[in-house]
Design a protein around this ligand. Structure first.
Ligand code: SAM
Length: 246
């Protein structure tokens, strides 16, 4: 039997390609890539010859493709799964093949590497001992607000992915949901030439987004609720004693 290998690819700095990623690109029998053109472009920049058969494996076909790839694993192939950037499965394709491999009792392993979640969290300066990854916020204002309200009492540091098209609205909603005083960090263009981390309160970062709209890819890291925030978020009918029980 072969193996499925999930491999992280750089999120903006080719120097972050691991020696293991490079060896896998050269030697895997099959490379399942989110975007085959981007895969070849990366391989070119790294000076790597992709030895195996390359197949497109993206959000729209990952379920149908998973079993075919795993049939090849069953007959001895190494199947490398890569997304456009960062860790596969983290807001990127990959989960379907992992699930099916587990169901079929086939080996899966991971060649870890860059992912914007941990990069942003570590740079934020906010507590890292407990955090939750929240992916992208809902697109619609009403759903986003509803979702954020459910997170008012979240104690862990929260990590959100965001796009430049929605950063303005999302910052306005974060301000409304969490108030102006929570600490946060807006981390953009991580690992790239114009990497920037803006740290401050939600109110300050909101203002900075209005004054100087950030460009590029970005991650928002928001501090978890303090004791006072938790009390403020609790329904009026619950006392502090009730909360202790909860
Ligand atoms: N699989 C990727 C990972 O492990 O980070 C995430 C893919 S998701 C489709 C793309 C989002 O990741 C972007 O909208 C942004 O929020 C975040 N991201 C990816 N690269 C980034 C970078 N270099 N700087 C800041 N954020 C980044």
């Amino acid at each position: 039997r072969g193996t499925v290998v999930l491999a992280a690819t750089p999120i903006g700095n080719d120097g972050d390609a691991s020696a293991r990623l490079i060896a896998l690109l050269e030697h895997a029998d099959i490379v399942a890539a989110e975007d085959t053109r981007r895969l070849y472009a990366l391989a070119n920049r790294l000076g790597v010859h992709v030895g195996g058969h390359v197949v497109a494996y993206h959000d729209h076909n990952e379920r149908e493709k998973a079993d075919g790839l795993l049939d090849r694993v069953e007959s001895g192939a190494t199947v490398l799964v890569v997304s456009d950037a960062g860790m596969p499965t983290i807001n990127d394709p990959g989960l379907a093949v992992v699930r099916r491999a587990i169901e079929r009792g086939l080996p899966v392993t991971c060649a870890p590497g860059p992912s914007a979640v941990l990069d942003a969290l570590a740079l934020s300066g906010l507590p890292t001992d407990r955090f939750c990854y929240e992916g992208f916020l809902p697109r619609k204002h009403s759903e986003r607000m509803q979702y954020l309200r459910t997170m008012r009492a979240e104690r862990r540091t929260m990590v959100f992915y965001e796009t430049l098209h929605r950063i303005d609205e999302s910052m306005a909603d974060l301000l409304e949901a969490f108030g102006p005083d929570r600490p946060m960090a807006l981390c953009r263009e991580l690992t790239k030439e114009y990497e920037q981390v803006r740290r401050g309160t939600i109110g300050e970062i909101r203002q900075s987004v209005v004054d100087d709209p950030p460009r590029g890819e970005m991650v928002l890291v928001v501090g978890g609720a303090s004791e006072t925030d938790v009390q403020a978020a609790a329904p009026a009918s619950l006392s502090v004693a009730d909360l202790a029980v909860l």
